[in-house]
Design a protein around this ligand. Structure first.
Ligand code: ZN
Length: 380
């Protein structure tokens, strides 16, 4: 199965850019944390091994400076993040005030620099696409980050900065689409009163952070699509085709930001959605056609093999390459070298094929009802 990039005429003339950093290679949230696994570094290694990064296609993300971060995050929170990174100690008041030093948001070596690099990635992406084109901020996608505290593995919120940077460059009308299994509570909270931002989120219902419920839908502002557990490819694509694509098309955004979290995949341990990577690639291909400026970021994703294949495939599609059926020996050996505390070995097919087997299935009545309800609410 092959997906071709069908970007608009304007995008086709501007070279897509992949944005990464080596800070993610050695950095870990701790051995027991879901983010103990390598993700960005594996994708960069796969892309290099496959020869999918030519001259001018890669940029190193800068680390955003404290002064810049304080344009959204509070001064005291940024100062605390820096000092705790330095001391590697958190006191009881800081733990309570900033939600740091918890199981989700632990103290670790790069706890300021790593998320600040994610912010730098997404700001750079905004600057690169302002005149048209696409950029992939691999380390971005910290959609739970709040202005004054850490939340759900996210110490900062790079997406807020990407939206603000686009605005400062004259891009007014923006759509933010979140494909992660968790709702984008941090992004929603940061733009409560913004008529020129359409936020669309597909996520698992009854799943932390428990926001993004059906009642939270607001015409041309918030499109929240809570999906039932075991959601299959056909169900997901039906919702994408009936709701996600038409609502964005009607909004006609000058720029589209896509959070491409990998935790809605079937093999992810942190959600009960059951998508194959082919469903997410198909969705991404279709989204690419909806704006002349597209930013893709990372996000959740806690199975190292599933993340690596999905995100490497995203870059192939963005950069106009084909996602091959089979992995070549060099890419396969990168995947074989990965280790994951939760599982000793994945299914052997992971080392041979780029594509998961499509997870086809019937479209359950609850999904049909969900689509009908959303069509009414959003006048589709
Ligand atoms: Zn997630």
């Amino acid at each position: 199965m092959i997906y071709k990039n069908e970007v608009t005429q304007m995008n086709a003339t501007i070279q897509p850019v992949l944005i990464g950093s080596e800070i993610y290679r050695q950095s870990s949230f701790g051995i027991d944390h879901p983010l103990s696994i390598p993700r960005v570094s594996t994708v960069l290694d796969m892309i290099k091994a496959l020869g999918w990064c030519g001259p001018g296609e890669y940029r190193t993300a800068p680390c955003a400076k404290p002064k810049l971060l304080q344009q959204f995050h509070s001064h005291s929170y940024i100062s605390a993040l820096q000092s705790i990174e330095l001391s590697q100690k958190v006191n009881a008041v800081e733990r309570k005030t900033y939600n740091i030093g918890t199981l989700s948001n632990p103290v670790f070596s790069e706890m300021f620099q790593r998320p600040a690099t994610s912010v730098g990635s997404s700001i750079l992406a905004a600057e690169l696409v302002a005149g048209g084109g696409c950029a992939y901020a691999l380390g971005g996608g910290l959609h739970h980050g709040m202005a004054t505290y850490a939340n759900g593995f996210c110490f900062l919120n790079d997406l807020v900065f990407a939206i603000r940077r686009l605005r400062s460059l004259g891009i007014k009308r923006i759509s933010y689409v979140d494909l992660d299994a968790h709702h984008c509570d941090g992004v929603e909270a940061a733009f409560e009163n913004d008529d020129n931002l359409l936020i669309v989120s597909t996520h698992e219902e009854v799943r932390w952070p428990f926001t993004g419920q059906l009642k939270g839908n607001v015409l041309d502002r918030w499109v929240n699509i809570p999906l039932p557990k075991a959601c299959n490819d056909d169900e997901f694509l039906s919702v994408v085709n009936k709701i996600v694509l038409p609502v964005i098309q009607r909004f006609s955004p000058e720029a589209l930001i896509i959070q491409g979290g990998a935790d809605a995949l079937r093999d992810d341990p942190l959600s009960r959605l059951c998508l194959s990577n082919t469903a997410l690639w198909q969705t991404f291909s279709n989204l690419l056609e909806l704006s002349d400026r597209v930013i893709l970021t990372g996000g959740g994703g806690y199975n190292p093999w599933a993340v690596a294949r999905l995100w490497t495939g995203f870059w192939a599609i963005m950069s106009g390459r084909q996602v091959p059926c089979e992995l070549d020996a060099s890419a396969s050996s990168i995947l074989r070298d990965l280790h994951w505390a939760r599982k000793s070995e994945p299914d052997e097919s992971v080392f041979h094929y780029f594509h998961d087997l499509p997870n086809k299935g019937i479209i359950r009545p609850e999904i049909q009802d969900l689509s009908e309800h959303l069509k009414r609410v959003h006048f589709l």
